[in-house]
Design a protein around this ligand. Structure first.
Ligand code: DQA
Length: 143
């Protein structure tokens, strides 16, 4: 099973950025941990990050036929991006929405996800473990 893991704007700053909210792990640490977990489970995961909405849209478009599922932390674009929502919908691949923080326990503008309704499910609030839990969810999609 081939997984595409995408992280959106400002997630390249993890470890430095508001560690009280997002934790001490860097995105590189999270990617390494995901790759180790995927290898142990006989899966592969291609991890990418972009601060640009259009680049994320392009990667989601290109995932069709090349990956079996997408793990997506869209960062702040979660709350604003109809373009990402439409890309996920068009990709016809199971997509797991991920957040390190519990977006529902934060500012009200974070309570709305533009992408949730086109995702297979949402995992939020478990820090860096949210990504690992998303990989677990992908395993179940295979069954
Ligand atoms: C986030 C939550 C978003 O509201 C925020 O804009 C982020 C990170 C999270 O992982 O908790 O950049 O997606």
């Amino acid at each position: 099973m081939k997984i595409l893991c995408l992280s959106g704007p400002n997630l390249n700053m993890l470890g430095l950025r508001e560690p009280g909210i997002y934790g001490a792990s860097s995105l590189e640490d999270i990617h390494q941990s995901l790759q180790d977990q995927a290898a142990a489970d006989g899966m592969s995961v291609d991890c990418r990050q972009s601060n640009h909405e259009g680049e994320l849209v392009t990667w989601i478009q290109q995932a069709r036929g090349n990956f079996d599922a997408i793990i997506l932390n869209a960062g702040a674009y979660t709350h604003t991006s109809i373009a990402l929502r439409d890309a996920i919908s068009a990709a016809e691949l199971p997509t797991i929405e991920v957040h390190l923080s519990n977006i529902h326990a934060r500012e009200t503008f974070r309570h709305t996800s533009m992408i949730a309704s086109v995702c297979a499910g949402q995992i939020a609030g478990f820090g860096s473990h949210s990504y690992r839990l998303a990989l677990e969810a992908c395993k179940d999609l295979k069954a």
